[in-house]
Design a protein around this ligand. Structure first.
Ligand SMILES: Cc1cc2nc3c(=O)[nH]c(=O)nc-3n(C[C@H](O)[C@H](O)[C@H](O)COP(=O)(O)OP(=O)(O)OC[C@H]3O[C@@H](n4cnc5c(N)ncnc54)[C@H](O)[C@@H]3O)c2cc1C
Length: 425
């Protein structure tokens, strides 16, 4: 846990406490066993509980321990690949349905936050995709064209309009997506978990699923000190999968991503940097992101892991990058530093599986899991409730296939980002 500096994240420091949970001890039974307490698992549990079904969530560590507690907090609409690419990859009809679902997913997130009164610094002011150079402008122009053709009111803003919204002269253009927004990501998942519990879900933390056995009528999921018997299982463990469903993380190439947070900025800088409080990221291959939190801390993120010399290299890069983007900041220091693993699939699409009879999973969000995880978690709950069939979901089901050269690619991402940040002056 300490190697990824999970505990030293800004989100750990500023999130309201999560619900009180305990380790599973002894045998229990449930209508549905949900494995993993991130967005996917907690959304599935909440929607099951709202429908009067009793789920038990098993979490290996603590609520939000995976990507949910470590991310940037950008509630994006859609995936990061171009909209047309999705339609080409999975077919026109399904692709458009997926784009529509993902486009509406931020609304689902903000609606759940409002309905369940989740205190998570939610701001729905859109996100800014920022062009790095003329290639970036070309990419965003094409992205805007593809979204506008689908009736989505994104706005390509250039020159002084881009500078005003970002507070920086570094970007010739930005693409404003009004569907999106920002949240405190750990507070959101803790809030989802608390809401699920209020409606009858049980959540056991420090309770990793270590085995899954076919008991004829259903499944027995074993943890070190207990077991759950359930006819149906939802596996929501994504890039952090351990135990019986390790194959789900093996499908994804690990991409490390870090975040560094400054002390709260003085009011005059808060008024100039991201004055409307969008979250932002850029079009670079080794991308970076920036946003403010509710206390006015500037959070800068980039590809890389804060280990093996990475902590120093990435922090020095982040200081230089912030000075380039916002010269008025002066020299900053960072109060919080953490990183996590993003799971990348070969075609950048999530993976939907029926792993065995009545064992369903969704994973592989490619760094876009807040809104999609919430939405697909609800989908899996609906499948379990018999309201929807797996085949009718917007994502096609695929066999589980390990990512090729996974470990090597992971090393290349980590080392490549460190080298790039070292040499980027
Ligand atoms: C640094 C970083 C930045 C990111 N930025 C963004 C962003 O700005 N916007 C965005 O939308 N997405 C972002 N993402 C991606 C997003 O965080 C993930 O896609 C999302 O968390 C996936 O949700 P999930 O619930 O499926 O999985 P997770 O949140 O990873 O949760 C999986 C859980 O399963 C548990 N688990 C694993 N194995 C077992 C087992 N055997 N038994 C019990 N429990 C188990 C883990 O402990 C974990 O808590 C980012 C990710 C990272 C790491």
């Amino acid at each position: 846990m300490s190697s990824s500096r999970y505990q030293s994240s800004l989100w750990q420091a500023s999130a309201p406490p999560g619900p009180i949970t305990s380790r599973l001890s002894g045998p229990i039974s449930a209508d549905v066993a949900v494995i993993g307490a991130g967005y996917t698992g907690c959304s599935a549990a909440l929607h099951l509980a709202l429908a009067g079904v009793s789920p038990v969530v098993l979490e290996a560590s603590e609520i939000g321990f995976g990507g949910a507690g470590r991310n940037v907090g950008l509630v994006n609409a859609g995936l990061w690949v171009m909209p047309d690419t999705i339609a080409t990859a999975i077919g026109e009809e399904r692709g458009e349905r997926l784009l529509k679902q993902l486009g509406e997913a931020p609304a689902l997130v903000f609606d759940l936050i409002a309905r369940h009164e989740i205190a998570c610094e939610a701001i729905r002011a859109g996100t800014l995709h920022c062009a790095a150079g003329s290639h970036g402008v070309e990419e965003l122009t094409e992205r805007a064209r593809q979204w506008l053709r689908r009736g989505v009111a994104v706005e390509l803003l250039e020159g002084s309009a881009a500078a005003r919204l970002t507070g920086s002269n570094a970007f010739p253009a930005v693409l404003l997506d009004p569907r999106a927004g920002t949240i405190q990501p750990l507070a959101y998942v803790r809030g989802l978990a608390a809401a699920a519990i209020r409606y009858g879900a049980r959540i056991h933390t420090q309770s990793p699923a270590i085995a899954c056995e076919n008991r004829g009528q259903g499944w027995r999921i074993t943890t070190p000190q207990g077991s759950v018997d359930a006819p149906r299982v939802i596996v929501a463990t994504d890039a952090y999968s351990s135990g019986p469903w390790r194959a789900l993380s093996a499908e994804q190439v690990p991409l490390p991503y870090f975040n560094l947070a400054t002390a709260p900025l003085p009011p005059e800088l808060r008024a100039r940097i991201l004055p409307e409080r969008q979250g932002a990221w850029d079009t670079k291959k080794i991308l970076s992101s920036f946003r403010l939190d509710a206390q006015g801390r500037l959070v800068i993120g980039g590809v890389g892991a804060l280990r093996n010399g990475g902590a120093r290299v990435h922090a020095q890069w982040a200081r230089r990058e912030l000075a380039r983007l916002f010269p008025a900041l002066g020299r900053v220091s960072f109060d919080h530093a953490w990183y996590g693993t993003i799971g990348m699939t070969a075609d950048a699409l999530p993976r939907l599986h029926e792993l065995d009879r009545n064992i369903l999973s969704i994973s592989g969000y490619n760094g876009r899991g807040i809104a999609p995880g919430t939405s697909f978690g609800r989908d899996l709950a609906r499948v379990v409730l018999g309201e929807q069939s797996m085949d009718a979901l917007a994502l096609p089901q695929t066999p589980v296939r390990p990512a090729q050269l996974r470990a090597l690619k992971g090393v290349i991402y980590e080392a490549g980002a460190q080298l790039a940040h070292f040499f980027q002056r």
